[in-house]
Design a protein around this ligand. Structure first.
Ligand code: FMN
Length: 207
């Protein structure tokens, strides 16, 4: 009896924990949005957010558009040098920090809590409902030249950032990419990044 009770308790604790650690995103709407030329004509930086949250569908479209898998061989919506796919996207929401798992199209919880304000040092840190932080795992890049690797990581991030700008424009959302406004030390600390991972930049999205 006591053993059964313990087993039930374990299932409840670990079962509930598991349910909270991974959030499966809805299928992205791959045929929606506005014509590309219209999205390009609306692409802009806007830092004045109301704080209104994105729906799960908007978050799904945003992340898939940013850096999702768009081919059977695992290649992505943005290019990367020698297909190194060195960038991981971390998503900071009011309830926690998550890693975007493109293979599963899911958010994997990394840390619970609201860290948006710490990660982004600018005024929109606390008002934007979503901050996407681009982290390059430099070990996935070829060569020994550290500076060259960072240039490659920055170039790879640029394509993802533009994808985010275009999805945001297409879905009536605002966005700002930030390179100066990111606290890299805090990001590394919060995410438990090794020294070989470099937080390249962040991008805020909202309304
Ligand atoms: C590499 C890069 C770094 C940027 N860093 C910041 C930043 O730290 N903070 C910020 O508020 N905007 C940042 N921006 C946004 C620019 O200020 C913005 O793109 C520029 O003013 C042009 O406006 P537009 O995007 O509407 O064309 C950055 C843009 C780029 C491309």
């Amino acid at each position: 009896m006591k053993r059964n009770l313990l087993l039930l308790l374990a299932i409840l604790i670990f079962g509930a924990g598991y349910a909270q650690t991974k959030v499966m995103l809805p299928e992205p709407d791959k045929t929606g949005g506005m014509p590309l030329m219209e999205a390009l004509s609306k692409r802009s930086t806007d830092r004045n957010f109301t704080g209104k949250a994105l729906t799960q569908q908007q978050l799904s479209d945003l992340l898939w558009g940013a850096w999702g898998i768009n081919r059977a061989d695992g290649r992505r919506t943005a290019p990367s040098a020698v297909n190194a796919q060195d960038i991981d996207l971390y998503v900071f929401l009011p309830d926690g920090a998550y890693r975007y798992d493109a293979g599963e199209h899911a958010l994997v919880l990394v840390a619970k809590g609201d860290f948006r304000d710490g990660v982004c040092t600018q005024a929109f840190g606390k008002t934007a409902p979503v901050h996407v932080v681009f982290v390059s795992d430099l070990t996935r890049l070829r060569g020994n030249d550290e500076q060259q690797k960072r240039i490659t990581a920055a170039a790879d991030s640029g394509f993802i950032g533009q994808n985010i700008y275009l999805v945001a424009a297409s879905e009536g959302m605002k966005s700002v990419v930030y390179h100066g406004g990111i606290d890299r030390t805090k990001v590394a600390e919060l995410l438990g990044l090794p020294a070989t991972s470099w937080p390249v930049c962040g991008q805020a999205v909202g309304f």
